[in-house]
Design a protein around this ligand. Structure first.
Ligand code: PBG
Length: 322
């Protein structure tokens, strides 16, 4: 036999040298859930080892993450008050804005990303402004662009619009530039699907809609060509990063976008994906460390450049023990 692929698998050293894809600390973005108060560390029952943290504890958490090599964080807030206009989302005293200031003054080199969506801030839990029982897309753009500018002012480096409103990237870019935040970049949740894998997150962010669902704005899971259209629009409107969310069940979309576009592509390994693996591991049905390594590698192999994952910290702390 002339061709024997097994020759490249004969030793661990050769296997390492011929591996095509790797997971590095600087591929990983760690989500942080913020709440007001002091010394708060509230567990999220469906997401073992993930907590809602007050600012003092978030600073400690970031210090620990930095020691493991994580330098990028995406922030989510549970606000002190909610109303129909999501006023707390663009209040300079909102927990995310306050945390951003505190984090940047202690750790100026970290990369701070903030989710831009109003579902945690509206009293009805939808991602936009509701008029006569329907989402008012263009009015929602005002809320989202105000929120983005307020976050930028607080020191956020990158805003990540996830509301799936048409034109949101353009509206946010325009307002950021108008307010002098030309250097703040946009990580667009371009292909964000109407998925049941977000359940645990909604417990964490207290963001479930009180009635109806998100099917009129998030993408239908049966569609793949539409992901190209959505992403193209976001790039035309000024997205600096594009994203696929969820990640595990949407590897084909990650691969399609990676082949179609050449700007940094982010995979969001969402809460439900985290919880499923945790639950199986707690039952002794899988070996978590190995499964997580394989999972993160598969996102890279599919074409993701960056991965938002709740596993980031545990993954790197297990790896540092090796
Ligand atoms: C806000 C938002 C959601 C997630 C990230 N940003 C929830 C949703 O769209 O309902 C989900 C993240 C996760 O499940 O880990 N819209």
């Amino acid at each position: 036999m002339i061709r024997r692929p097994r020759r490249l698998r004969t030793s661990k050293t050769i296997r390492n040298y011929t591996r095509e894809n790797f997971v590095h600390a600087h591929d990983l973005i760690f989500p942080l859930f913020l709440i007001s108060g002091e010394n708060q560390k509230i567990p999220i029952s469906s997401m073992p080892n993930i907590f809602k943290l007050s600012i003092d504890n978030v600073l400690m958490e970031i210090e620990e993450c930095i020691s493991l090599g994580i330098r990028a964080f995406i922030l989510f807030g549970t606000p002190d008050y909610k109303d129909e206009k999501a006023s707390s989302a663009y209040d300079s005293n909102n927990i995310v804005q306050l945390a951003a200031k505190a984090i940047k003054s202690k750790f100026p080199d970290v990369w701070l990303i903030a989710d831009v969506c109003v579902c945690s801030y509206t009293d009805h839990g939808h991602c936009g402004y509701i008029r006569e029982g329907k989402i008012d897309n263009d009015r929602s753009l005002d809320l989202l662009s105000k929120m983005a500018a307020s976050l930028a002012k607080a020191g956020i480096d990158t805003v990540a619009p996830s509301a799936m409103m048409d034109g949101q990237v353009e509206a946010i870019r325009t307002n950021l530039d108008k307010k002098g935040h030309e250097e703040v970049s946009i990580m667009a949740y371009s292909a964000k699907y109407f998925s049941s894998f977000y359940g645990p997150f909604r417990e964490a962010a207290d963001s479930a809609p009180t009635s109806g669902d998100r099917s009129t704005y998030q993408m239908d899971p049966g569609n793949s060509d539409e992901a190209i259209i959505e992403t193209k629009l976001d790039i035309e409107q000024g997205a600096d990063f594009i994203m696929v969310k969820p990640a595990m069940s949407y590897m084909d979309i990650i691969s399609n976008l990676s082949n179609s576009f050449s700007i940094p592509l982010v995979a969001y390994n969402v809460s439900g994906e985290y919880s499923m693996i945790k639950a199986a591991a707690q039952n002794g049905w899988i070996i978590e460390e190995n499964v997580v390594h394989e999972l993160l590698l598969s996102f890279k192999r599919a074409g993701a450049n960056l991965i938002i994952t709740y596993f980031a910290k545990e993954y790197l702390s297990n790896r540092s023990k090796e």
